[in-house]
Design a protein around this ligand. Structure first.
Ligand code: PLP
Length: 376
């Protein structure tokens, strides 16, 4: 039996999104930029989706710029702030997704000073430590709302309020927050906020950058001037329609009882297990834990053979064998960080899946310890 428990990597599509995408693909035959009836029909679908997203996250429709996903949204925001400058400090948390870290690292190769602020052992970056990193020449600050590996919710509002008082541009990567934490763009009052559809059961390859009114965007790929000259390229109409239809379809908070019971069973049956970010406010669907002495990748393969799809560290970095930068930043050593497993619940998951995973983990641990010559 196949059980998918890796919804922070990507969420299985919800039916409403599939239907909306299919309908838009069939109905929207025109290019949204064309003035004729076919173009206008496609434009209407994009505009309706824009209105729906804006209402959902508390911003004006004019703030929504559709992109190819969270990665592009983050890159546009960073490029927009830094492209007109030559130097200065850029601050981020040490637990950002590579879609923030890498463009900032590139900026640091070109004269900017990149400062990354570490979280505490629970995976939360404190307001004080972010504020302490701010200097007079700080140009930009990037802080995610929910961490993709631990699920830990970051105190973004307080940091954003301080930055506003200092005139510092703020990007909030809210890709993992959609459906898992409150997003209110107006209340946050930041310059940029990035979103992605596939984390909430929408199509892969579509997302949005929310931009505060009056903040200028610098296009990454100049072209036909779509999205009011902020993101060129013919809009992916079916994907955009699917994104809007997916909004609010999954209530990730409903997975708290399953996740909590899963962690309790795990601790009862594997005494050495250590649940990370347990003491932090965190996304209700996410469980990140350490099985000391086990290799996460090996465990993952064992679980895969048994039909379970889970992640070790971050799925975005799978394929390469580096220990998770998030876990290292939380103070774990390399070997311990490599013994992590992330389970992220979502649509279709039940307590039965969680119970079965505990049994599979206990069996895999026994097998691996047996192979290592340890008493099971
Ligand atoms: C926190 C975070 N930011 C950005 C991204 C990238 O989003 P996308 O896959 O839409 O490019 C991800 C995806 O895993 C993420 O978890």
């Amino acid at each position: 039996m196949k059980r998918y428990l890796d919804c922070n990597a990507t969420c299985p599509p919800v039916q409403k999104a599939l239907d909306a995408s299919a309908q838009a693909a069939i109905e929207a035959v025109g290019n949204p930029s064309s003035l004729h009836w076919a173009g206008r029909a496609a434009r209407r679908i994009v505009d309706d989706a824009r209105d729906a997203l804006a209402a959902y996250v508390g911003c004006e429709s004019g703030s929504v710029v559709f992109t190819s996903g969270g990665t592009e949204a983050n890159n546009i925001a960073i490029h927009s702030v830094l492209s007109g400058l030559e130097s200065g400090r850029v601050i981020c948390t040490a637990i950002e997704h590579p879609a923030v870290l890498k463009p900032l690292q590139r900026a640091s190769d070109h004269g900017f000073e990149m400062v990354s602020v570490r979280p505490d052992a629970n995976g939360v970056v404190s307001v004080e430590s972010m504020i302490d990193a701010i200097t007079d020449d700080t140009r930009m600050l990037c802080m995610m709302l929910v961490n993709n590996e631990s699920g830990a919710i970051q105190p973004v509002q307080q940091v954003a309020d301080y930055c506003r008082s200092r005139g510092i541009s703020v990007l909030v990567d809210a890709v993992q927050a959609l459906g898992k934490s409150v997003i209110d763009f107006k209340a946050l009052d930041v310059d940029f906020l990035s979103l992605s559809a596939h984390k909430i059961g929408g199509p892969k390859g579509v997302g949005a950058l929310l931009v505060k009114r009056g903040v200028k965007l610098q296009e990454l790929a100049p072209g036909g001037g779509q999205e009011r000259n902020r993101r060129s390229g013919t809009e992916n109409v079916p994907a955009i329609a699917g994104f809007a239809a997916a909004l609010g379809q999954i209530d990730f908070s409903a997975f708290a009882p399953i996740r909590n019971a899963f962690e309790q069973q795990l601790k009862d049956q594997i005494p050495e297990v250590r649940v990370l970010s347990e003491g932090a406010p965190r996304a209700a669907n996410t469980s990140l834990f350490i099985l000391p002495g086990m290799d996460g990748e090996t465990l993952l393969m064992q679980l895969d053979l048994a039909g379970f799809a889970v992640a070790s560290g971050s799925a975005c970095s799978s394929g390469k064998r580096d220990a998770s930068h998030v876990l290292l930043a939380m103070g774990l050593n390399d070997a311990t960080a490599r013994s992590s497993v992330r389970v992220s619940f979502g649509p279709g998951n039940s307590q039965e899946d969680a119970d079965a995973l505990v049994r599979a983990l206990v069996a895999a641990r026994q097998r691996l310890r047996g192979m290592a010559g340890l008493v099971a």
